[in-house]
Design a protein around this ligand. Structure first.
Ligand code: GLP
Length: 261
């Protein structure tokens, strides 16, 4: 893992967007894994600006989102398809036919999960996967006890996640009880992972994810197994990390990060 600490939310999300844009410029056919949530909104804002002002071209990219709620129509303002349309897809030149999210309305959800995995394979696997982190430490909707080798499947959401997402739905009882999510194993197969966390509410879980023992109780800890995982945090989210000085030293000295400093 590499941990990059930035002064604030703005600089952290801007750096994450720059990593994404550099990957797209290096490989216009990039298969990009996408995430949702408040944290990602800033990243998408930067990517939209880069598309408009710096000619960042999404026309040959394909995208796969981590997850989608079961039972919501794509037009539902709380569906992740709607989120992606609003924050990114409609504002850049990605071909809508190349954007993929699991279909939470499929009659046969298990078949839909298998289809999603097959589609990722058909596109040659995910090159770069963007990740947020839930307060309980989940990536995608890989709730506590998610198997380290799990694949795309239906997961029941935990009370913590229901509570965290309740404000979007106007009450906990309105949050769908289940979601389709890429598995931990699916995520670990991506060629590169980029996790972004900002704000003090993520400090505890970031410390566990980066410096704690690997456990299926906190699916983000499994990223320690990934050969190329970059974690970008702001000072607030980094506040409970013990080895901050070491991470800063690496960022200041590794030639790879020269253009980002
Ligand atoms: C949801 C999503 C996750 C996301 C998390 C954090 O649970 N399924 O992929 O990482 O929310 O969201 P936020 O950025 O709003 O804190």
């Amino acid at each position: 893992m590499e941990v990059i600490i930035q002064p604030n939310q703005e600089s952290a999300s801007s750096l994450a967007a720059r990593i994404v844009s550099r990957e797209i410029r290096a490989n216009p056919h990039l298969v990009l894994g996408l995430a949702t949530g408040k944290t990602m909104e800033c990243v998408y804002r930067h990517l939209v600006r880069m598309h408009k002002e710096e000619k960042l071209d999404f026309s040959l990219c394909s995208t796969f989102n981590l997850d989608e709620y079961v039972g919501l129509f794509p037009s539902d303002p709380n569906s992740y398809r709607h989120y992606m349309d609003q924050h990114l897809f409609r504002k850049v030149n990605v071909d809508p036919r190349n954007t993929h999210l699991p279909n939470g309305l499929a009659d046969d959800l298990e078949a839909e999960c298998r289809k999603y995995e097959a589609m990722i394979t058909r596109f040659g696997g995910i090159d770069l996967q963007l990740l947020g982190i839930g307060k309980a430490g989940h990536i995608g909707f890989n709730e506590p006890l998610s198997a380290l080798r799990s694949r795309t499947r239906v997961k029941a959401l935990t009370p913590t996640t229901l509570k965290q997402n309740a404000p979007f739905f106007g009450g906990e009882e309105r949050v769908p009880r289940r979601a389709i999510t890429m598995g931990v194993g699916t995520i670990l197969e991506c060629r590169r992972c980029l996790l972004l966390a900002t704000g003090g509410s993520k400090a505890e879980v970031i410390a566990k994810a980066v410096e704690g023992p690997i456990t299926s109780m906190i699916s983000a800890t499994t990223l320690q197994l990934h050969a190329r995982c970059t974690v970008v945090v702001d000072e607030a989210a980094a506040s409970k990390l013990v080895e901050k000085d070491y991470y800063r030293w690496i960022f200041a000295n590794e030639p790879e990060w020269e253009d980002y400093r």
